[in-house]
Design a protein around this ligand. Structure first.
Ligand code: NAP
Length: 521
């Protein structure tokens, strides 16, 4: 079916085409993973529809339009393996990424299979018919129930904004908004802007808005590690474009080399060494070297600003929290006369602005909350009722887990892309994970079709054993060792988001499902 495609699912070849068309799959979300699911389902001849709450495709690349938004995984890896692109920059801007996904939808003729402005509220599994009944709400009003043999949730982990619970938030008299819902109608020119948070979003827009605003005051709770990368804003040079376009296999080699160096190659620098006891600094000798190099970069930038150096050197090991890559633009912006970095904790929001615990008050016209997403509330706010009417979040009870990040016991034929413990820390590309997951999910569908459309329910002992292995793996990594706050963890401190092993391991784990993993119900 896919020729040389390494993501082909050979199990499908044994299924007659008429049977494939008789299976109905609903995909939730038309972002990177949902589009990919649609492409693979269409290629396989399986009936499907994609349900998208927004009026357009692209997911995160449609929703995040804040100034300076760009991909922070190298573009030549952050793209589908089967649809390479001659990217203009090593790390392209949001509109370029959005266009890539929109063009992919056009190239693969998916538009007619997407229902836009259609938000999934939840779904209920009917054990008699083995069908999922999916409740959707239309943006124009009205609700509808759709039915399907299987659901693929492709809604991402970083989708629902985390609106911080800060005392007095409603008292603020100026304008305020979350960075993922940027208010382009609010002109920041000449305004006093407060920014809460110093993560991947704030770090991208701060240098840009600092050029417009009268002042930008950043409230930092925990400093991020900054990894220098001179290519971050650079255009791909002419010679590289020529190589990528003309030399046979060069583009594939270039992509492979990037994966190998930037993902597998860096894993050793964030793996804990037994007996290493520097919880606020490093988790191993290699990690300490990594730290020293990153501190050296901060010292170079802030040789004339010891106050900023003190605020910007993290007291946790590199890798414990999402690092940011910078060519110096962000660090330089912190030195601007109209930018202030406040490390005092926020006490409350007032009508005029923000007060910190040391009693200082800052006046603002606008406050931007760059406070991230409800990452560990997987699939929130949808509700899924599986066997015996059990709701998925009730079953999880705050501890989201899944088998290979894809299946949960008691929820037959409910599959996830970018589910629990499938996030990567030291780069690589989440597109790689989605391609592996969708290959595996198509294998599950093939198994279902080979057994009269019975649904696949992952065996509880298989699921539990897998999760013990994942938890042990995460405890051996920088992010599992440190108690720094990060979206990698849930409220209980367990690492719910990250994959602790190599990309190759995930590739092997997700080649195809086997009969001893699943019960057919
Ligand atoms: P984030 O990394 O979770 O950062 C949120 C920031 O808000 C942190 O500095 C956090 O402080 C702070 N914060 C949260 N609640 C707060 C509160 N109540 N009071 C004070 N500060 C508070 O969120 P993000 O910047 O949106 O990025 C999230 C993830 O999205 C990234 O790690 C990345 O994976 C992805 N992302 C990617 C790109 C890209 O590819 N270009 C861009 C943006 C985001 P603490 O650190 O102390 O928790």
């Amino acid at each position: 079916m896919h020729g040389e495609d390494p993501y082909a699912q050979p199990e499908l070849d044994a299924i007659p085409h008429a049977d494939r068309a008789g299976l109905k799959v609903l995909v939730i979300g038309a972002g990177m993973s949902g589009i990919l699911s649609g492409i693979r389902l269409k290629e396989a001849g399986i009936s499907f529809e994609i349900l998208e709450k927004n009026p357009d495709v692209g997911g995160t690349w449609f929703e995040n339009t804040y100034p300076g938004c760009r991909v922070d995984s190298a573009n030549h890896t952050y793209s589908y393996s089967f649809r390479p692109q001659d990217w203009p920059q090593h790390f392209s801007e949001q509109r370029v990424l959005h266009q890539y996904f929109a063009d992919t939808v056009d190239d693969y003729g998916l538009s007619d299979s997407i229902r836009f402005n259609c938000e999934v509220l939840g779904a209920r599994y009917d054990e008699e018919t083995r069908l999922w009944q999916v409740e959707v709400a239309w943006a124009s009003g009205g609700e509808e129930t759709l039915s399907a043999n299987a659901i693929i949730c492709a809604v991402g982990q970083l989708n629902r904004p985390n609106e911080p619970m800060i005392a007095g938030r409603d008292d603020f008299a100026g304008e305020s908004f979350h960075s993922a819902r940027w208010r382009h109608d609010i002109d920041l020119t000449g305004k006093k802007v407060g920014v809460v948070g110093t993560g991947a979003s704030a770090f991208q827009f701060t240098p840009i808005i600092a050029e417009q605003a009268q002042s930008v005051t950043l409230f930092q709770r925990t400093p991020p590690w900054i990894v220098p990368n001179a290519d971050y804003f650079k255009h791909v040079p002419e010679g590289k474009h020529w190589l990528l376009n003309h030399v046979p296999f060069y583009a594939r080699w270039f992509r492979f080399n990037m994966f190998w160096r930037s993902a597998e190659g860096l894993l050793g620098a964030v793996t804990a060494e037994e007996g290493w006891n520097r919880p606020e600094e490093s988790v191993s000798e290699a990690n300490q070297h990594f730290r020293d190099a990153l501190v050296g970069n901060l010292q170079m930038h802030f040789h004339d600003r010891p106050d900023l150096l003190e605020k910007c050197v993290p007291a946790y090991p590199p890798g414990a929290k999402r690092a940011l890559i910078d060519d110096g633009r962000y660090l330089s912006s912190l030195k601007r006369d109209n930018v202030a970095l406040i490390a005092d904790p926020i006490e409350k929001i007032t009508a005029g602005g923000i007060e910190t615990s040391s009693g200082n008050a800052y006046d603002f016209d606008v406050i931007v909350f760059a406070t991230g997403f409800k990452a560990s509330s997987f699939l929130f706010p949808m509700e899924f009722y599986g066997i015996d009417g059990k709701e998925l979040h009730d079953q999880w009870a705050g501890e989201p887990r899944a088998y290979k990040g894809i299946s949960v016991p008691g929820f037959p034929n409910l599959f996830m892309c970018y589910g629990p413990n499938t996030n990567i820390v030291v780069n690589g590309s989440i597109v790689f994970f989605s391609e592996c997951e969708v290959r595996y999910i198509l294998g599950c569908l093939a198994m279902s079709m080979a057994h009269e459309n019975k649904a696949l329910d992952v065996r509880e002992n298989v699921h539990d054993g897998y999760n013990e292995w994942i938890d042990r793996g995460n405890l051996g990594m920088a992010w599992g060792q440190s108690d720094v706050s990060t979206w990698y963890k849930n409220a209980s401190g367990r690492i719910t988001q990250n994959w602790p092993f190599t990309l190759l391991e995930f590739w092997q784990q997700t080649r195809a499902p086997t009969a001893d993993e699943y019960e057919l119900v």
